[in-house]
Design a protein around this ligand. Structure first.
Ligand SMILES: N[C@@H](CCC(=O)N[C@@H](CS)C(=O)NCC(=O)O)C(=O)O
Length: 216
């Protein structure tokens, strides 16, 4: 296996970094982690050394560079871990669709409920723009669990890229104390309990940086 480096942002604040990080950890793919602190005077310049978009995460695989969280997950699944997508056609179609939906959508969750793994708030979840987005995820998680979840406690039974894509939402729903339907809540708790998720959260908890008005 080639040497892989995943360039990420602060664990407490960077939801896009968490997604491929968790997928790669869950797949048992060995990689080196390189962190660039967000929201500093040199952040833009540092990220620019690796990322053509000026955004993290970026995966470095020798000469190959992959940016965009979902593209990184696709790259590692194709190259090292095809089991990161469900085998069943219908399940895989839905897993891909909801992963794309996460990657492209939910702007108000990003805007009003930024990831802050170690934070605890209640207000932002109540704002009207966010409610339809929360409701969509609440229903989606229940639908996946009910239709495809029989083989385990993840959305499609075993862990897939779809779980990685929604892992930051599990953190946000805890941070902002969002009430979910019982099936979705049980799913969120299962993701929260994953040892790799716990490793990320523990690292986030001891990061010294505080970013106020995070927009990530
Ligand atoms: N669509 C991108 C979004 C990446 C993104 O927004 N990354 C944030 C951190 S979570 C970033 O690098 N921000 C840099 C900055 O704002 O200076 C992806 O899927 O990777």
């Amino acid at each position: 296996m080639s040497k892989l480096t995943l360039v990420i942002g602060n664990k407490n604040y960077s939801p896009w970094s968490l997604r491929p990080w968790l997928a790669m950890k869950q797949a048992g793919i060995k990689f080196t982690e390189m962190k660039i602190l967000l929201d500093t005077p040199t952040t833009h310049q540092e990220i620019g050394k690796y990322s053509p978009t000026g955004l993290l995460p970026v995966l470095l695989d020798g000469e190959i560079k992959v940016w965009e969280s979902l593209a990184i997950c696709e790259y590692v699944a194709e190259k090292f871990a095809t089991f990161l997508w469900p085998k069943d056609d219908a399940a895989r179609a839905m897993a891909r669709a909801i992963s794309a939906e996460m990657h492209a959508g939910f702007p108000n969750l990003g805007r009003y409920m930024p990831m802050d793994c170690r934070g605890s708030y209640s207000e932002p979840g109540m704002i009207p723009e966010v409610k339809p987005e929360i409701d969509r995820i609440d229903n989606m998680w229940r639908e996946c669990r009910e239709k495809f979840g029989a083989g385990g406690d993840m959305l499609f039974g075993k862990f897939t890229i779809a779980d990685a894509m929604y892992a930051p939402l599990v953190s946000r729903f805890a941070t902002y104390q969002i009430k979910l339907n019982p099936v979705a809540q049980a799913y969120a708790e299962a993701v929260w309990a994953l040892p790799d998720m716990q490793e990320w959260l523990a690292a986030a908890a001891v990061e010294p940086e505080n970013i106020f008005h995070s927009r990530f």
